[in-house]
Design a protein around this ligand. Structure first.
Ligand code: SAM
Length: 218
C-alpha cells in the first residue's frame, strides 16, 4: 500500500475509482504512514479516529508535531479512558440514527471498526455528515470472506473468544474483543461501490487485501 494516487487533487473529482490488490500485511504495516501522507498532502487540520477507543491509529508525538485537532470518537467510555490523555475524546455511537456532534473534519478514518457496525448505511451516512467538503473518509476493515473472519462470524462468541485467546494471546485490557457483523465489509464489487456513491461519496481508491482499505471523499 503506497501513497494516494498523484492525480488526486484538492478540488478534482475522480471519474473512476482506482482499484488495487495487495498483501494484507502491507496494509497492517503501512496504514498509519498512508494516513500521515494524506494529512500532509491535503493539509488536514481536523481529523477524527472513529472507533479509535483504547488505541488511536496515529501516535501522540505526530499529533503534537503537526498540531492536529485529533478526536477519538468511540461508543465506549471505558475504551476512551484507556487512550492517552492528550487526545480530544468524544463519546458517541457513530451508527445512531440521531447522531449529531458539533465538529466537522478534513479527514475521518477507522481501523477495525466497520465490521462491528450493524447498520452500515447509517454509519457511512453519519460520517458523510461530519466531513468538511472535499474531506476524506478512509476505512480499514476485514472482509467477511477470509478464513479467520468467516470462522469468527460463524462460531458462537464464547468459542471465538477462547480460540482467540489460544491462537493470539493479547493484553485483554488494551485489546478487547467486540461482536462483529461484517455489514458492507466487502471488496470493490459494483454493488459495494454503488453503496458509497448513493450516500454521496466519490470513491478515490479501493485497496483489496484480505483486509480492505477504502478511501472515499465528500
Ligand atoms: C476492535 S476495536 C478497534 C480499536 C482501534 N481502532 C484499534 O485498531 O485497535 C473497535 C472499537 O470500536 C468501538 N465501537 C464499536 N461500535 C461503535 C460505534 N457504533 N460507534 C463508535 N465506536 C464504536 C469500540 O468501542 C472499540 O473501541
Amino acid at each position: 500500500m503506497n501513497t494516494l494516487n498523484n492525480n488526486t487533487q484538492k478540488n478534482h473529482k475522480v471519474a473512476t475509482p482506482n482499484i488495487h490488490y495487495g498483501l494484507s500485511e502491507d496494509a497492517w504495516k503501512n496504514y498509519d504512514a498512508f494516513l500521515k501522507d494524506l494529512i500532509d498532502r491535503f493539509n488536514s487540520v481536523s481529523v477524527c479516529d472513529v472507533g479509535g477507543g483504547a488505541n488511536p491509529v496515529l501516535d501522540s508525538d505526530y499529533v503534537t508535531e503537526k498540531e492536529l485537532k485529533y478526536y477519538i470518537l468511540d461508543i465506549s467510555e471505558v475504551e476512551l479512558k484507556k487512550a492517552p490523555e492528550n487526545y480530544h475524546k468524544l463519546e458517541a455511537d457513530i451508527a445512531a440514527p440521531q447522531f449529531t456532534i458539533n465538529q466537522k473534519f478534513d479527514l475521518v478514518f477507522s481501523k477495525m471498526l466497520a465490521e462491528h457496525i450493524k447498520d452500515a448505511k447509517q454509519f457511512h451516512t453519519n460520517i458523510w455528515g461530519i466531513l468538511n467538503d472535499g474531506g476524506f473518509a478512509v476505512h480499514f476493515f476485514p472482509t467477511l470472506f477470509t478464513l479467520p473472519f468467516l470462522v469468527n462470524y460463524l462460531t458462537p462468541e464464547i468459542l471465538t473468544t477462547k480460540i482467540l485467546d489460544l491462537v493470539s494471546p493479547r493484553d485483554k485490557y488494551q485489546h478487547g474483543k467486540f461482536s462483529a457483523y461484517y455489514n458492507w465489509c466487502r471488496g470493490p464489487h459494483k454493488r459495494q461501490i454503488r453503496r458509497f456513491i448513493n450516500i454521496g461519496f466519490e470513491i478515490v481508491e479501493y485497496w483489496g487485501f484480505s483486509d480492505i482499505v477504502v478511501i472515499t471523499r465528500k
